[in-house]
Design a protein around this ligand. Structure first.
Ligand SMILES: Cc1cc2nc3c(=O)[nH]c(=O)nc-3n(C[C@H](O)[C@H](O)[C@H](O)COP(=O)(O)OP(=O)(O)OC[C@H]3O[C@@H](n4cnc5c(N)ncnc54)[C@H](O)[C@@H]3O)c2cc1C
Length: 496
């Protein structure tokens, strides 16, 4: 039986047959009649389910927390959370994934950010793909479905462009196949702590509150919401002045004549089809693009072009009130940008605004204070600590607060390691961070925040959680160097 608020992934998820659907429709009708107080309606059909009138005090009952138990709770279903949930479930743990939207994917699906960076490094003159198992399977399945193209040329390049609707479906299928339970439209509302252990995570969402008792909590909310509710220490923004990177409303424009746009920009179409450019146009006021801005065609319709161009500075991504203002400003900029493109840019005369993100893209907010912290010096020097559970290589790419500019730093092809200690808060023994909220400096985070890397970090966190449960130990007590070997042997991490 599929519960309406918790999808049990071990169930058959194929669509119900017409007969089952009709039975379900009958149930809904029956419930509706009972709610209207027509008690005698039950006698109309001998096969009708028994109905009970909604008792008085039902609203009080709704407020009682539903009790749920799981081995691992993953808070947030973005790139890091999906990979963590998948790896923990594949490792044999019972996993519950909590997500505020009605689908997984985080920035990819909710912020319309469909350009996924999986930066390759060079070792001994060879290009090395750092992607874990989750990333590789996901991209292969998207590619097979016609919902992905690599830039440019082959599956071993640095960028993967994906179709957001296919992404929702395929990523979700992978989680269901792994045996995860998904709970959508749900927010983390509190964390119960005893000493240095997380005892339970409190949820709020459709149907009322719930309390989840867990062995391990993984915070993959991007903003470190769960750790913050538990009382963990965190840092914010630049070390020098506390300011943080601006947000961007990712915007997709349809009806673009890509051949004309490419001719106008003096570039070649990829695969003779897709428009990809980093041109800057002189937009007025707020709608002006950032320096280093990017545009790319979507896989299923190359005349749809997505823009990573706009900046909203000075507002905080972990606060609903400031997010609301950011969304309003971001959408206004998107409209202004489209007007400008139509009026001035070759190939865009008949273009229209197809889609903005359901949420504005938040580059930076809280980062936990971990047992280890990744610094810009570590990134620049290519430091690979013994307990590196993931490898990364992307630039330190930070958009400057309050300015339409991007700062790019480091040798882009030297690998560096993400130490296990950067996922561990010294305050809690049974919790891990995964994704952009792990422990690092502002500049270092500008590198490891890209989605290929955060998926690999998530896969490592999920693997660690399942391992700790199997060994009846705490995630904080796991040996990071041994975990690295496990990941290497499983093909989740390349041996350098
Ligand atoms: C504008 C912009 C452009 C970028 N460009 C690129 C790029 O081109 N390529 C690239 O690879 N990376 C890019 N990045 C970086 C990358 O998108 C992020 O760093 C990455 O998505 C972080 O992954 P995450 O899983 O940690 O967090 P997120 O992707 O933010 O996912 C967090 C998930 O948790 C959920 N959540 C949050 N809070 C709660 C809560 N309290 N309760 C329940 N659920 C919650 C969210 O809904 C979301 O699904 C960009 C980022 C931005 C903002």
């Amino acid at each position: 039986m599929i519960n309406s608020s918790v999808i049990n992934i071990t169930q058959n998820v194929s669509l119900p047959s017409r007969r089952v659907f009709l039975t379900g429709a009958g149930c809904l009708l029956g419930a509706g009649v009972a709610a209207l107080g027509a008690g005698a309606a039950g006698a109309a059909s001998p096969t009708a389910p028994s109905r009970t009138a909604v008792p008085s005090g039902a609203s009080a009952r709704m407020r009682q927390a539903e009790a749920i138990e799981t081995d691992v709770i993953v808070c947030g279903g973005g790139p890091a959370g999906m990979a963590a949930a998948w790896a923990a479930a594949r490792g044999g743990a019972r996993v519950l994934l909590i997500e505020r939207h009605g689908y997984v994917g985080g920035n990819i699906t909710a912020a319309n950010l469909t350009w996924v960076i999986n930066w390759k490094v060079e070792v001994g003159g060879k290009r090395v793909d750092l992607a874990g198992r989750f990333y590789k399977e996901l991209m292969a399945r998207l590619h097979a479905a016609g919902a992905h193209y690599p830039d440019p040329g082959s599956l071993t390049t640095d960028f993967d462009v994906v179709e957001p609707e296919d992404f929702k479906f395929i990523a979700e299928a992978m989680l269901l196949e792994a045996g995860c339970r998904l709970r959508y439209h749900t927010l983390i509302s509190g964390v119960e702590v005893k000493g240095e252990r997380i005892k339970a995570v409190h949820l709020t969402g459709k149907g009322g509150p719930a309390k989840v008792r867990c062995m391990v909590m993984i915070d993959a909310t991007g903003d470190g919401d769960a750790f913050t509710l538990a009382g963990a220490d965190f840092v914010y923004g630049r070390e020098s002045d506390g300011l943080w990177q601006p947000m961007t409303m990712l915007t997709t424009v349809a009806g673009v004549d890509v051949a004309e746009a490419a001719r106008g920009a003096g570039i070649k179409l990829h695969y003779n089809k897709y428009y990809i450019n980093t041109d800057k146009f002189d937009l007025p006021d707020e709608g002006r693009p950032t320096s280093g801005s990017m545009t790319w065609s979507t896989p299923r319709d190359s005349s749809q072009v997505t823009f990573n161009w706009l900046h909203v500075s000075g507002l905080r991504g972990e606060r609903a009130d400031e997010l609301a203002e950011a969304c309003v400003r971001g959408r206004r900029q998107a409209r202004q940008m489209v007007d400008y493109l139509r009026a001035h840019v070759p190939g865009y005369r008949n273009a229209w605004l197809l889609r903005t993100g359901e949420q504005i893209g938040v580059r930076e907010s809280r980062r936990i204070k971990g047992r280890a912290t990744i610094t810009e010096e570590d990134v620049a020097a290519g430091k690979i600590p013994a307990d590196s559970i993931s490898l990364a290589g992307y630039y330190m790419d930070t958009h400057l607060p309050g300015k339409k500019a991007v700062k790019i730093d480091r040798n882009p092809r030297t690998p560096y390691g993400i130490p296990y200690g950067a996922l561990v808060s010294p305050q809690f023994v049974n919790a891990l961070a995964a994704g952009r909220c792990i422990s690092g400096t502002h500049l270092a985070a500008g590198s490891y925040r890209v989605m290929g890397t955060v998926m690999n970090i998530g896969e490592a966190a999920g693997t660690a959680a399942a391992q700790a449960i199997r060994k009846k130990t705490e995630v904080a007590d796991l040996d990071g160097a041994a975990l690295r070997q496990t990941l290497e042997s499983a093909g989740a991490l390349p041996r350098l």
